[in-house]
Write a protein that binds this ligand. Structure first.
Ligand code: FE2
Length: 397
């Protein structure tokens, strides 16, 4: 077995509720902060969501500075730039608000508060294991997600692109301290999420849950979190997508993304995310969640023979009947087809819808990059080039 037995850790306290963003100032004050850096993208400021944070901070007497340079697929140099500002302004707290990119950038800044740069010193693997250097804890840190998918508000890791955005993605693992971390989930700020983002983020969370259950290092606690996430996503993602202002559906999806985040930060991911990372690195136009959704049916089928009991559990969570006597492979196909059907009904785009061709995707080079990607080490069995090519081909159909 590649991994040693590990603890199941639940290190991020969470506050979930409508209107809770107005408590952010008081909460970070209680965590010991007096001046914070708010990490976000420019769009969020235009939507007025950053103003809700600054209003709350000012009401609590907390000084603040804003770092609004967050981009998709954040890289190490961006985090170092944010960290330089944080040190110059002598902040003792960080608020990351946005999708996974904003929260992961904030994690990179947090890691560099009490540890020397460059950020690349702390790169570890995407799944399951930190780098060789164990960092010191950072400062008071609140993550406020504005999408429901990445689960980054609940995870220990952040995904950062190497070499100023030119390299591959690697994980950073800031030292988590219970008293210095908080996930603040407020469905009120999720109602403006457009249909496509709602669906791709929701299916990203579905992939986190399913890959957490079917990889090499999965465990029973993770199954409980992941199964509840799957049940919730199957029921509520279509509602949240079609009725953007439905607060109950938004709350359920935010909750499901957080549950899946706890599952995968403990139990890891595998071939689906490995493929999504490489496809996203080669074809930047394919959003992460879309990629994960497109490779998810084949990911389930890939794991079917290794993890038949987990396939049964996923089927149960999805409300699918698998007839008695069905072979393990056929059971995998039933669940895979149910996810294909879900993708179709939700209007999830295939990888080919982004202009990616069979000739450009199903190559020995891309398959080899996926095979050797760190996330592939937690696959339920070592993937062959042929299996990876089949998965890539399926994502185009
Ligand atoms: Fe993901």
């Amino acid at each position: 077995m590649y991994y040693d037995p590990k603890l199941f850790e639940y290190l991020v306290p969470i506050m979930e509720g409508s209107g809770y963003i107005s408590f952010v100032g008081e909460r970070i004050k209680k965590m010991g902060a007096t001046k914070v850096i708010i990490v976000h993208d420019k769009n969020l400021k235009e939507l007025g969501i950053v103003d809700k944070v600054t209003d709350s901070l000012e009401a609590a007497g907390i000084k603040w500075v804003s770092f609004d340079k967050v981009l998709p697929n954040p890289h190490d140099q961006l985090c170092e730039e944010g960290s330089a500002l944080a040190h110059k302004e002598k902040v003792d707290g960080i608020i990351g608000i946005g999708g996974g990119s904003a929260i992961d950038t904030a994690k990179g800044i947090d890691l560099l508060m009490n540890n020397p740069p460059p950020l690349s010193r702390y790169f570890g693997q995407i799944t399951g294991r930190a780098g060789d250097i164990q960092p010191e804890p950072g400062v008071a840190f609140i993550a406020i997600p504005t999408t429901s998918g990445t689960g980054s508000e609940m995870t220990g890791m952040g995904t950062i692109t190497m070499d100023g955005g030119k390299g591959e993605k690697r994980a950073i693992w800031p030292k988590l301290t219970h008293s210095k971390r908080l996930a603040l989930i407020d469905p009120d700020i999720l109602t403006g999420m457009p249909y496509g983002l709602t669906v791709s983020a929701g299916m990203d969370a579905m992939a986190h849950a399913i890959e957490a259950m079917t990889n090499l290092i999965q465990g029973p606690m993770g199954d409980s979190f992941a199964m509840e996430a799957i049940r919730t996503i199957v029921k509520w993602l279509p509602v949240a997508a079609k009725e953007p202002t439905n607060l109950k559906a938004r709350t359920k999806m935010a909750h499901a993304a957080a549950l899946a985040g706890v599952a995968f930060t403990n139990c890891g991911l595998h071939i689906g995310h490995s493929a999504a990372e490489i496809i996203g690195a080669v074809y930047h136009q394919v959003p992460h969640g879309n990629c994960c959704a497109a490779v998810l049916p084949a990911t389930v089928e890939f794991a079917a023979k290794d993890k038949p009991e987990k396939i049964q559990m996923i089927a149960e969570a999805m409300g699918i009947e698998i007839p008695e006597g069905t072979s393990d492979e056929a059971a995998g196909r039933i669940v895979g087809d149910a996810i294909r059907d879900m993708n179709k009904k939700l209007g999830v785009k295939k990888v080919s819808d982004f202009g990616v061709t069979y000739e450009g995707l199903v190559t020995d080079e891309i398959a080899e990059r996926i095979r050797t990607n760190p996330s592939s080490k937690t696959c339920p069995h070592p993937p062959t080039i042929e299996e990876i090519k089949a998965l890539l081909a399926d994502s185009l159909k």
